[in-house]
Each structure stands twice: as structure tokens, then as C-alpha cells.
Write a protein that binds this ligand. Sequence first.
Ligand code: PLP
Length: 388
Amino acid sequence: MAGRNHLYIPGPTNVPNEVLNAMHIAMEDHRSPIFPQLLTPLLQDLKKIFRTETGQAFIFPATGTAGWEIALTNCLNPGDKVLIYRFGQFSHLWAEMAKRLGFDVEIHQETWGKGIPLDKLEARLKEDSKHEIKAILATHNETATGVTSDIAGVRKAMDAAKHPALMFVDGVSSIASIDFRMDEWGVDGAISGSQKGFMLPAGGAFLAFSQKALKATETSTYPRCFLDLRDQMNTNKDGYTPYTPNLPLLYGLRKALDLLLEEGLDNVYARHYRLAEGTRKAVAAWGLKQCAHPGFESNTVTAVIVPEDKDARHVISTAFSKYNISLGAGLSELAGKAFRIGHVGDMNDVSMLGAIAGVEMALLDNGFDIKAGSGVAAAIEYYRATAK
Ligand SMILES: *Cc1c(COP(=O)(O)O)cnc(C)c1O
């Protein structure tokens, strides 16, 4: 089919042409005297994206899933108790990983569509007077349901309970697109990946750890090797890596960081809010519901619930085969019940309108009771009124 495949999934996201071009390089010697000139500034600038001055940034040739494992296995001890709220496929997978790695996982089930319940968290932490809980695993943006949790609120709950647990945050689909403040929120382990807000191919786990978390790595007895933070620290300090880095990805990251920092993080967050808000106006105009309950709506992905007599998979397959656009599927409990529209990364008003128009055509083709142009019209009015 002529034209681009229009990628409106919440990762991998569209890679800007400047980033694609930056990755088109001949391989280089990663032990050369000039390699640190690439790596050291990358690690410095990553800290700006995580909004940390006191923490330390890391790059692993891996994905976000490895980021979960890095936090768990470097900063905790075998069998430690960890607490997680499960309200979507990604928080589910993180909890399952922690179980498979032998941790004592306290899972609290929440409605899919809601985020971390701060009052319940505070009560649970106050009850844990012996401080048996060693870490809280917080999914900042649950990509499966389009739900954003309040991480500043998690910190407040922990402080109110005077609880010393480490706070690990999955920011794979929020960092570099939704407001994230590592130092201000007291995040001990911030986990992200290359293929969402960073606008790169998959293959990079980007992380930052607090000094408190790094101190815990020194005493952790959990067996680890490839994902050992200490090997990164020992080599990163001189501008090198413990094993062969993914060089094109590093060059792509250089360009992506330049683009993000040039736009300014606050502008990046505001752009994602507008992209999301236009999408939400369109969904409301179609008379459809979001999976996210009010107050939890994500600015990087919207999960749209279809009426009971419809199958969201048909919408996704029509959109792909007839209009060459990719939408996110409903995952696990939401399979067939929801489709997801990604609005993260290299997107603007007009590309978002393409997504909304494509969804609208696929909805009409599948017999949804909507008026042609209704969602697009709602989004157009919002984008016109709020464009600078
Ligand atoms: C995409 C995603 C992950 C998993 O990342 P991979 O790169 O596929 O390993 C984890 N958490 C969230 C919230 C995500 O959106």
C-alpha cells in the first residue's frame, strides 16, 4: 500500500527522520579513546529527562522488561517482600516477574481503569510497622488501560507512614512524555525504555537510580551478572560500557535527547496533553467510553471500550488492512473489549487527526452508531482553539 504505515500504537512509536538518519552509521570501536565523548554526555543528559541531579543514569542494551529486573535484582535481597498494585497487563507482568525471581510479592488487585489507591497504600504502609516491605513497585503509566498514577502521591503516602521502602517506578510509557520528577518525588529506581517517549527503536533500557538505591546494590546478595549495575558503574565512570553497546541506538539517543531538550520538557509534556485531550474529545463525540476512570486518564495512550455487541479486534484489523494504520490491541482481560490509540512520541495535531480519522472510518465500517466526521470535528475544534 502506498504511503506510510501510520503507527498509532503506544510503542514502538514513530522515529523522527533526524533520528533515523543519525542511526545510519558505520560501526566504531567502543574501546577507542573517543568513545567516552559519546557515552558520557548521554548519561548526563538522560538525567535531565529523568529530572534528577542526585541520581545516576544507566543505559542497558535491553528493553523495559529488563529495567524491572535490574531494579529488583540489584537493590533487594532474595525473598524480600515487595508491594505492587496490579491494574493492567504491565503491572501484572512486573508482579509475575517478581514472583518468578523469588521475591515475596504482595499483590493488591485494583480495578483495571484505576491507578494506585493512595489512601489504601498509606494505610497498608502504616500497618507495616516492622518495615517488612522493602520496595514499592509503582506503574506510573499503565499502558494497557491508559491510566496514569500519581507518583508524587505515592511519595506522600510513604512519607506519611514514615516508611523506608525503596520506590521503583515503571515509567516506560511516561518518561519523556508525561511529567516525571525523580528527585522531587523521591523515586529510587526510574525505569524506561527506548521505544516510547524516546522515539527510538526498542533495544535500550534507560534507567536512573537514587543514591539510596545505589547503596543497596553494594550489600545486595541477589545473584546477577549481565544486568549488574556495579559493572556499569565501574566502566561508565571512564565513559565505557561493560560489554558491546548498541552503537546506532546511542547515536539515535543523542539526536532524540537533542530534540527533546530543544523542545523543552515542559513543552513536550504540554504537547502530549494536547494530543491526548483531542483524542479524548473525539472518543466522547463518538459516544464511546475510555477504560480510564476520571482523573486517571493517560496523556500517552487512550484505551477505548467498545459496546458489548462489538469486538474491538475487528476495528483494529479493518484499520490495518483497509487504511494502513496500526492501533493497539486490548491486552489480556481487555482483549476484544478495547482498542488503544497511542499518542506518544513524534506526533503533532495533524498526525493525531490522521489517527482519529482512521479510527473513525474503521468504526463506521464495523457498524458503530457514530456520525461520520464527529470525532474529527471535535478534535479539530480543540486543536484549533489551543494551538499556539
Ligand atoms: C512497553 C512497556 C513495558 C515493557 O517494555 P519492553 O520494552 O517491551 O520490555 C513495561 N512497562 C510499560 C508500562 C510499558 O508500556
